[in-house]
Design a protein around this ligand. Sequence first.
Ligand code: ADP
Length: 424
Amino acid sequence: MAIWQREIITFLLLFFAVCVIGLFTKLFLPLLLVLMIFLLCRHLYQIHRFEKWLRMGRQNIYPKTTGVWEEIYYHVYRIRKNNKRRKKKLSKMVDQFRESTEALPDAAVVLNATDEIEWANKAARDVLGLKQSDKGQRIPNLIRFPEFIQYLKSKQYDEPVILPSPINNKITLAVRIIKYGAGLRLLLAQDVTQLKQMERMRKDFVANVSHELRTPLTVIKGYLETLQDVDEGMSPLLTNSLKNMLGQTDRMQYLVDGLLLLAHLETKSKKHEVINVPDLLMQICHEHEALLGDGRIELTLDSDAKLVGEEHELRSAFTNLLGNALKYSPEDTLIKLHWYQTSDALLLDVIDQGEGISVADISRVTERFYRVENKRDKKVNGTGLGLAIVKHVLMRHDAHLIIRSELGKGSCFQCTFPIQRLGE
Ligand code: ADP
């Protein structure tokens, strides 16, 4: 029988007994009053005991009692026990998590919404020089590199920022911030010294090899041109071979020059000069027109804005874009160049009505050596380095390249420079 049913039956039996005795003694109402006072006192006493038990916080035992109160004690006791078990499990998990993050080779620091350190692991102390006592300190007061402070303020944490370690400048760190919870951020710093060293070695290697290949190539080309001059066309095989060899040497020279330029773009410090872009574009267009002489280029200058940057690099990028537009579109189509300005950018559009690029290829054409294999009527020479050079040059000018293209209809290569680059 359920405990509540038993409680009600007991009450009904007592009430019945009072009714019977009351009938015989004619004292029904006083007896009923006594019964009510008794029941009320009993429950008040139980409530007092229960409140005392809760207040004392004793978890192992509960006072001996009967009826519905035993049931109430038992349920509360069970809930408390479960909570205790859960709390124990949770704190064990937190301890395990702390231990594992302590053992992480990467530095990890938890920052609150006001950039104060909430917690840091051992690696953070070793590699960032943080101390236990730094808890609660603002991180920009401890890691004072301007690029780090700017990164922290920017709230744009997609890419990591590369910094030397504050306690050992031979160590290079890739620092990244991850947002989580309500205003909390996790700062992770990974030691990328070896990676950066290998990258530098690769760049140096490519630059050195390209540089060393230049002289032998010039010599070979010189001899081939001399041989071509003395060839009297007696042997068609020899004439053809010399032509092919010269073609391949030219291609190799072009490739080596491209690689060397890319290596320079990756390593050279940036120069800041004011470039008259309209003049530069006019020069480039005239050079191509002089070479082709077919009036295919239409240049529209809607702005006389000058740009802060490096002329040699921009010349190379714009020449590549115009060269590609000419290479990859039919000879009877127009190439349009448009230089203009908006409230927040300076823009150059290079528009052609050529073969276009598929969506899948658009994201890849700026990779080194990537060439789209199209079934063209005539073979188009190239190295696959042109757009990689364009991308690098634009990156060095805080600009970006947007490619819009439709297969069979044409392409628009848009260079967008931030207005901050506007030169006086
Ligand atoms: P290259 O022209 O030497 O092959 P690029 O890096 O300049 O190398 O270009 C990469 C590829 O992108 C080219 O092989 C070509 O398929 C494609 N491409 C570049 N510009 C255009 C364009 N204006 N129209 C169509 N395809 C283009």
